[in-house]
Design a protein around this ligand. Structure first.
Ligand code: MIG
Length: 809
């Protein structure tokens, strides 16, 4: 593994092994109830059980103190490990896991209660340092690595934001936030956000590993050698966490307990969002919204890109083109549309611009190594860059959001926060830029990957403080592990290519496996020109993303839903309406993600880790547990292969039932994306209306594709969709279950739980695939309001209480 300052292409070829000095002999210096501290020459090593399935290992070189402070970690107090440390200090046992510590030389390994080993040090290389050469001393601490055994049965996933396919076994992964050149291909390694987290599956059992460092981090996943993997930091301590699983859900639950989970978004955030770099005037925006309304296209939020600012000065409005932003926000709000504005970190150097002068006077900007304000060029011209590691900077930055929030902006879009600078070519701050403000000065190299996340956290706090009745809406391009607790993430500047429509699928699935539950790619592609078919197919896929936004660059062909004529507009309308119909299901998945860290858009392997066929089925995905979506990602194509894992699946449009595991060829003409629904699982849906996310429409429909298969169930979550009353019990959970035997279909709607009463009078149960029923009863009485159309049966009843619907077939 390399250092960022080391250019391989200029090094003479050598057969010499890479410079690496493994730790040698160690001695136990201290034991507590849950941890063992060791010393190996001048390094301190600590192994701690934080929970029965979570261990932390820290390596602190050159006599440095143990220090786990981190911008990634949300939970620091762990009390429930109930571990036992043996008398020699070489074994820590929990109810689920055993850590073994070999002393001669120091090697650390883990095993589950059945003895299966995972994340176990490579016996030869173990953990150690990379000496920098005889004359070099790194004042920040030497780069460090740990080498683990790679078992041939292990498969790796996760690793945050990536190009290429879902499985990362055999690859080398770099974690260093950059604004990559346009046209992301599989040759691209690191991108905008870095999540040094690995989800491993070995023989159906999941485990995880997280390296917590703001430095450049690298993972070698059996690339260098087929029998080991490696995890490296470019400096400072090497701190890593090991998760024992044994399911992907369990790994993610612990990982997101450590690094945080998404918050419950305002419901409007789940609707359809429209954006483009180039909505240049308030009139453009009004006209845009009018088009959506006239054409009966769902719309819940519009984005203002850098065009709204005065000379790209952040926290300003162009006085001519956006003369009355409060009026604009008000007009949109009246039509149920929220306004989101972009915020870039670069602050224009301008004596008459208070964002700059106040930042300068309070020394809140990053400095050069010699102590001057660091300057570089971004959109506004020469800029200074806030030192977001300084809490005073974050408070000051939050406060400036008043210029946006006070006029009625509902959400903040953090861009360019890798951070990106333009000179000499688009790249990031030099490694020796100083972040001096946080009591403890740090070099940019130490905190690079944290910069974007800290900026997003300031935006999040701005909304929390200045709009205490609203739930934050923050979208960020850059981040680190834990970004999910401050912002949703979109994947930056993709291209209007079929290849990128395909790539979106594994990319979003790996983000979901890395704790980012709330994610999306730009629908239609950002750069390059979309075509009619591409936009239609991309929208058919995009509506199943947690975040559904069409966005494009100024110099590209327009790609609003009507850009390609009526036929394609109708297809896109159909897709966006399906999105609207799915909001109750989606909202329930968001609520689940906020409690458990489960991804919303999930790879099949999340629920079926024992089924290795799912590992390569990465151009299809699950939305929650009940929907399986297999988009078409090629032009002129109407058929595709779909893998269906175990269980019974019903094709949403035709009702065809398939028993998995099965490989099927599905017909998916435009307008009918391949969607399979788990048989008998009730899906809560809204009627099609041009809703505004603040009201729950009437009725709620439970759609059930019935088949002679296992019972299905789902619990819908609802609340006011905004604000915090839900934390005081103002929510409603409705559980629905459907059982089928040879004679009957029985649907049980349990009485709603919780204090929130959705403003609706009716509940509908829509049963598909029931044939010609003999009798339909609701609560034992012949159904009064039931209608049949083909094999579809619609039964209506009063909302607010429990019901049993019975259909004799
Ligand atoms: O240098 O603000 O990824 O979504 O439209 C480009 C203009 C800066 C990059 C973002 C993109 C946004 C664009 N920005």
């Amino acid at each position: 593994m390399r250092r960022s300052t080391h250019f391989e292409q200029f090094a003479a070829p050598t057969a010499a092994p890479p410079p690496y000095r493994p730790l040698g002999q160690a001695e136990v210096v201290d034991c507590s109830a849950t941890s063992v501290r060791l010393r190996a020459s001048d390094a301190t090593i600590e192994v701690t059980a934080l929970a029965p399935d979570l261990f932390r290992v820290g390596l602190f070189g050159e006599g440095r103190p143990v220090d786990y402070r981190s911008a990634a970690v949300a939970k620091t107090a762990w009390a429930d490990a109930q571990a036992q440390v043996d008398s020699s200090g070489t074994r820590i046992t929990t109810a689920q896991c055993i850590a073994t510590i070999g002393l001669q030389p120091l090697r650390i390994g883990f095993a589950d209660s059945t003895g299966r080993s995972f994340a176990t040090d490579d016996p030869r290389l173990g953990m150690g340092f990379v000496p920098l050469g005889p004359d070099v001393v790194d004042p920040l601490g030497s780069p460090a690595r740990v080498y683990k055994q790679h078992r041939p049965t292990t498969h790796y996933f996760g690793c945050g934001e990536r190009t290429g396919g879902l499985e990362k076994t055999g690859s080398h992964q770099v974690f260093w936030n950059v604004d990559p050149p346009m046209g992301h291909t599989a040759a691209l390694n690191n991108m905008y956000t870095s999540v040094p987290f690995l989800m491993a599956i070995d023989d159906g059992q999941a485990w995880g590993l997280f390296v917590d460092s703001g430095y450049r981090v690298e993972f070698d996943l059996a690339n260098e050698a087929s029998d080991r993997c490696g995890f490296a930091v470019d400096g400072g301590p090497l701190i890593y966490y090991v998760f024992a699983g044994p399911t992907p859900a369990r790994v993610l639950e612990r990982y997101t307990e450590l690094t945080g989970r998404i918050w419950l978004p305002p419901r409007w955030a789940l609707g359809n969002h429209q954006s483009r770099w180039g909505y240049r005037t308030a009139d453009d925006v009004v006209e845009l919204v009018r088009e959506f309304r006239v054409r009966d296209l769902p719309l819940d939020a519009v984005y203002l890109d850098i065009d709204y600012m005065d000379g790209y000065r952040v926290f300003t409005w162009d006085k001519k083109r956006f003369a009355d932003p409060a009026e604009l926000a008000k007009q949109l709000r009246a039509q149920g549309v929220k306004l989101v504005t972009i915020v870039d970190p670069g602050v224009k150097i301008d004596e008459r611009y208070a964002v700059y002068t106040t930042g300068r006077d309070s020394e809140l900007f990053c400095k050069t190594f010699s102590g001057d304000e660091y300057h570089n060029v971004v959109w506004p011209g020469m800029c200074a860059f806030p030192d977001f590691t300084n809490p005073r900077t974050r408070a000051w930055w939050s406060d400036w959001h008043r210029a946006l929030l006070d006029v009625g902006v509902a959400g903040i879009w953090c861009d360019m926060n890798e951070p990106t600078v333009f000179v000499p070519t688009p790249q990031t701050l030099p490694a020796d830029v100083s972040h001096h403000g946080d009591n403890e000065a740090r070099l940019h190299a130490q905190v690079h990957n944290l910069y974007g996340q800290l900026m997003a956290s300031a935006a999040h706090e701005a909304i929390r403080q200045q709009r205490p009745d609203q739930r934050p809406f923050v979208i960020s391009r850059a981040g680190f592990a834990g970004l999910q607790r401050w912002a949703l993430h979109w994947t930056g500047d993709n291209s209007s290519w079929w290849e990128h429509l395909w790539m979106s699928m594994p990319q979003l699935q790996n983000l979901g496996l890395s704790g980012y539950a709330w994610v999306g790619v730009d629908i239609g592609g950002f750069s390059g020109d979309a075509t009619a078919e591409l936009l239609a197919r991309w929208t058919e896929f995009g509506i199943f993303q947690p975040f559904c936004r069409n966005h494009s660059a100024w110099n590209t062909r327009r790609q609003e839903p009507w850009a390609f004529g009526e036929r394609f507009e109708a297809l896109i309308r159909g897709a966006l309406q399906l999105r609207q119909r799915l909001v109750p299901y989606l909202y329930s998945l968001f609520e689940e993600a906020s409690r458990t860290g489960s991804p919303i858009l999930r790879p099949l392997l999340f629920a079926y880790p024992e089924d290795e066929t799912t590992y390569s089925a990465d151009d299809e995905f699950m939305l929650g547990d009940a929907l399986l979506v297999a988009p078409i990602a090629r032009p002129g194509t109407e058929y595709r292969h779909v893998y269906l894992p175990r269980g019974t699946w019903v094709h949403h449009w035709t009702g065809e039932t398939v028993r998995g595991p099965a490989h099927v060829l599905v017909h998916a003409p435009l307008g009918q994306p391949a969607v399979y629904v788990k048989a008998n699982t009730p899906i809560p849906m809204w009627p099609v209306l041009n809703f505004d996310g603040e009201r729950a429409p009437d009725p709620l429909t439970w759609l059930i594709h019935v088949a002679n298969a296992d019972a299905g169930q789902f619990t819908a979550y609802e609340d006011a969709g905004e604000g915090y009353d839900y934390q005081q019990g103002e929510f409603c959970r409705m559980r629905a279950e459907c059982r089928v035997d040879s004679k009957r279909v029985e649907v049980r709607l349990e009485a709603p739980e919780g204090q929130y009463v959705p403003p609706r009078s009716q509940i509908e149960v829509e049963l598909r695939g029931v044939g010609e029923p003999q009798a339909v009863t609701v609560d034992g009485q012949a159904a009064r309001d039931a209608a049949r159309e083909g094999s579809q049966l619609l039964v209506r009843m009063g909302a607010g209480e429990g019901h049993v619907i019975s259909v004799e077939t």
